[in-house]
Design a protein around this ligand. Structure first.
Ligand SMILES: *Cc1c(COP(=O)(O)O)cnc(C)c1O
Length: 403
């Protein structure tokens, strides 16, 4: 051993902000799943919201064309605020889809998936100790991003008795007064709940009254499972884009989750601050992917309708397969999830998920991973075929997983 070598093992300590992030709640379930697979079990994974559908042919053709372009233009660094044509395409989509006018110069920003955008938006605006109102259960990435900012998270519970809409009147007025943001996501992951115009109107008044900003995530706006429901943008209500930053993604509408592309629109200062933080941390989206995404966004939207139909058939197959087991669940009107209440005999959603995996080989996501209000539920992602979902019903029935 050389004498210069230190006897003490060096410790590479994570920052306070990183240590503030709780371990990923699903990690435990995934470990168990991987162990089961190693043992050779036929595992059915309903744990992650990872679409199994092929992206639109139009996306793949447009990507190929961009790659075959003999010039080098698509391979160079993109500009930080994205392709002007893509920003114009975003504005066009908002106009046709929601009758909302977006200025492509300053009110729209392409993202490397909405997850990075949401995290960086929080980073760009929150100091340690600032208050954020977070409607939970929610997309776990919000919880991690908020923890990284060392902000003070106030969970606003989404409860079955309120059709999983937040009760804004029940928020402590002091918390509301201190908060900088309220985060909403409708149609909602994980509950499948949908917004109402009355709720969005009330949310806008609430935001004005307490001088806070709304982060709206419409990742599931194209996955309506009911012909009478058409998702809204919060910008249909906040018409001057005063208080809103809205996020959308290609991951669920077009099953392009591996491509990493989404966008943010809304409040100009919010966009400028997001652009500033992004230009210090990333280089934007591969231009060939922006071109393909533009083709999809401004092309015919049949793909989304067909995807939604697929998820509707799966929802129905799953719900009829477990119907004899007595779970009190209303069919979700949107998204690709079923939010399943767990039987009272289980102490926690984690315990239920582990027992279900152990005895049936079926993976579900324990509700506690989506925030405190998620306890008492598990999330079922409809990312396998109808046949496999019927198989889930059979296995649960054979193993006695009655409600
Ligand atoms: C899947 C999902 C997204 C998509 O994130 P990307 O980073 O665009 O893939 C965004 N928000 C919610 C609520 C989601 O469930």
């Amino acid at each position: 051993m050389s004498s210069s070598q230190s006897p003490v093992k060096p410790v590479l300590a994570a920052s306070d902000r990183l240590q503030n992030v709780a371990p990923y709640a699903l990690a435990r379930v995934f470990q168990d799943r991987d162990e089961k697979v190693r043992q050779g079990a036929d595992v059915i994974d309903l744990g992650v919201g990872n679409p199994d559908l092929r992206p639109p042919a139009l996306a793949i053709e447009a990507l190929k064309a961009a790659l075959d372009d003999p010039s080098v233009q698509n391979h160079r660094y993109p500009s930080f605020n994205g392709l002007p044509e893509f920003r114009a395409g975003i504005a066009q989509w908002y106009r046709t889809r929601f009758s909302v006018t977006i200025d492509p110069e300053g009110e729209a920003l392409p993202l490397v998936g909405s997850k990075e955008g949401i995290a960086k938006l929080l980073f760009a605006h929150l100091n340690p100790g600032d208050t954020v109102l977070m409607c939970t259960p929610c997309y776990p990435a919000y919880l991690g991003a908020a923890a990284l900012t060392q902000s003070r998270l106030v969970e606003v519970p989404l409860l079955a008795r309120n059709r999983f809409l937040p009760d804004l009147g029940a928020i402590d007025p002091e918390d509301a007064q201190r908060a900088k943001f309220i985060c909403v996501n409708f149609p909602n992951n994980p509950t499948g709940a949908i917004e109402t115009p009355e709720f969005y109107q009330e949310l806008l008044s609430f935001a004005r009254r307490h001088d806070l900003f709304v982060i709206s995530d419409i990742a599931y706006c194209d996955l309506s499972l009911d012909p009478s429901y058409r998702a809204r943008s919060f910008l249909e209500f906040d018409r001057d884009h005063e208080r809103t930053v809205e996020f959308h993604s290609f991951s669920k509408s077009y099953s392009m989750q591996g491509w990493r592309i989404g966008f943010a629109v809304g409040n100009r200062e919010g966009m400028a601050n997001l652009l500033k933080i992004k230009s210090n941390m990333d280089f934007g989206v591969f231009m060939a992917i922006q071109r393909a995404a533009l083709a999809v966004l401004t092309g015919p939207q049949d793909y989304c309708r067909e995807a939604a139909n697929t998820y509707r058939f799966r929802r129905d197959a799953f719900l009829s397969a477990i119907q004899p087991l007595g779970y009190p669940v209303d069919p979700p009107l949107a998204t690709l999830y079923v939010w399943l209440p767990i039987p009272r005999r289980y102490g926690s959603s984690m315990e239920f998920a582990r027992d279900l995996l152990d005895r049936t080989g079926v993976v579900v996501a324990p509700g506690i991973g989506f925030g405190r209000a998620g306890e008492g539920y598990v999330r079922v992602a409809l990312c396998v075929s109808e046949n496999r979902l019927r198989e889930v019903g059979r296995r649960m029935s054979d193993a006695g997983f009655r409600y």
